[in-house]
Design a binder for this molecule. Structure first.
Ligand code: NAP
Ligand code: MG
Length: 398
């Protein structure tokens, strides 16, 4: 059989621990036998990030800007324990944070639905995609403990030195205070990423904030979304038969739990942090969540939402059999291959991505799955497979 040709290479970002092992198996058993795989390879494994003083992460993000589509393996974000474990020169920053800042992107997280793994919310029939704004608000705040009586003000000093003041509170006793900010440009990028992704995936966009209470801050988000939508997207949405609407966050929460799914829920940074954990747990498993970073210029980086599954990796190192779920990592590859195929007009590549996803889901639906799913499935008598056996079961169906 002739292998499927590619035109433009994918940016391939290798990673750490159990997911690095899964990465190699997926390429070797599921992709390379069928696709003449072209990638620009960047080893973002922690040892190599340390050896290159993290230059490799920046190079991989630059390559993504140039080539347009990347696929990323989960990576360790070092903490004190990792610095010791790997003998690091310093506590390197999160690669995802670095890449996100360079691509100015929005992260879209969506669950993979499969028969036998039922959402806790029984009316959810289609995936709910959370689009989380990844800049500012409480994540870049300034806070103070107020020790006792006194006045707290917000002071804006313009470039010409003029001051504008807004009273926060006249304290008569001790308390706390917090200052936050966001940027029009970042909010606009967020809006564009959401609208582009909606057109790409033919789904409605819901956007929610608390503008009735936050009449300037949250209201600014609402206004920018509305301006961008009317100026550049309203017509395309109409043609695509999809809808954009704004609603209050509490109304959105109430509607989401009664909805069927099949839409994008755009959330401010904090709301997105909290709601994505709620939505992913309610859909069944962290190991079944996909994640894609989309820049406002239309650059895509696909990955699994979970981490490097450290606990399983240590079992693996100790020579024990593991049962680690590779579905989200397989879907990161299929997402990237499909997008590359669409951009380069390679129908065979798009259709290969579809088939690999179908083979993966039908393996689970036939009762063959990893331990995390076997524990929660509604299918009777599931077979629990090891990490490698599951990938081989997908390969035989493919
Ligand atoms: P994790 O890798 O997501 O795993 C947490 C737990 O969730 C696992 O111990 C396992 O539970 C379960 N799990 C997650 N993915 C699974 C899978 N594919 N198959 C089966 N079970 C799965 O999070 P972590 O252990 O807290 O973090 C490990 C490392 O990942 C950290 O160094 C962190 O910095 C990094 N991380 C990276 C990313 C990223 O690159 N995007 C994201 C998050 C975390 P059981 O142990 O109960 O089986
Ligand atoms: Mg969180």
């Amino acid at each position: 059989m002739a292998k499927i040709e590619m035109k433009t290479p994918l940016v391939e970002m290798d990673g750490d621990e159990m997911t690095r092992i899964i990465w190699r198996l997926i390429k070797e058993r599921l992709i390379c036998p069928y696709v003449d795989l072209k990638t620009e390879y960047f080893d973002l494994g922690l040892a190599n990030r340390d050896a290159t003083d993290d230059a490799i992460t920046i190079e991989s993000a630059e390559a993504t800007k140039r080539l347009g589509v990347a696929v990323k393996c989960a990576t360790i974000t070092p903490n004190a324990a990792r610095v010791e474990e790997y003998g690091l020169k310093q506590m390197w920053k999160s690669p995802n944070g670095t890449i996100r800042a360079m691509l100015d992107g929005t992260v879209f997280r969506a669950p993979i639905l499969v028969k036998g793994i039922e959402p806790v919310v029984s009316c959810w029939k289609e995936p709910i995609t959370i689009a989380r704004h990844a800049y500012g608000d409480v994540y870049k705040n300034a806070e103070m403990i107020v020790p006792g009586a006194g006045k707290v003000e917000l002071v804006y000093t313009a470039a010409d030195g003029t001051e504008t003041r807004e009273l926060v509170h006249e304290f008569t006793n001790a308390g706390v205070v917090q200052g936050m900010h966001n940027l029009d440009a970042s909010i606009e990028s967020f809006a564009r990423s959401c609208f582009n992704y909606a057109l790409d995936t033919k789904q409605d966009v819901w956007f929610s904030t608390k503008d009735t209470i936050s009449k300037k801050y949250d209201h600014r988000f609402k206004d920018i979304f509305a301006e961008v939508f009317v100026a550049d997207y309203a017509k395309a949405f109409e043609e695509a038969g999809i809808e954009y609407f704004y609603t209050l966050i509490d109304d959105a929460v109430a509607r989401v739990v009664k909805a069927r799914g099949g839409f994008i829920w755009a959330c401010k940074n904090y709301d997105g942090d909290v709601m994505s954990d709620m939505v992913s747990s309610a859909f069944g498993s962290l190991a079944m969540m996909t994640s894609v970073l989309v820049s406002p210029t239309g650059v895509y980086e696909y990955e699994a939402a979970h981490g490097t599954v450290q606990r399983h990796y240590y079992k693996h190192l100790a020579g024990e059999l593991t049962s680690t779920n590779s579905v989200a990592t397989i879907f990161a590859w299929t997402g990237a291959l499909r997008k590359r195929g669409e951009l380069d007009e390679l129908l065979d590549l798009v259709s290969f991505a579809d088939r690999l996803e179908k083979a993966t889901l039908s393996t689970i639906e036939a009762g063959e799955m990893t331990g995390d799913l076997a524990r929660i499935t509604t299918l009777e008598n599931p077979r629990t497979l090891s990490t490698e056996e599951f990938i081989d079961a997908v390969a035989s169906r493919l």
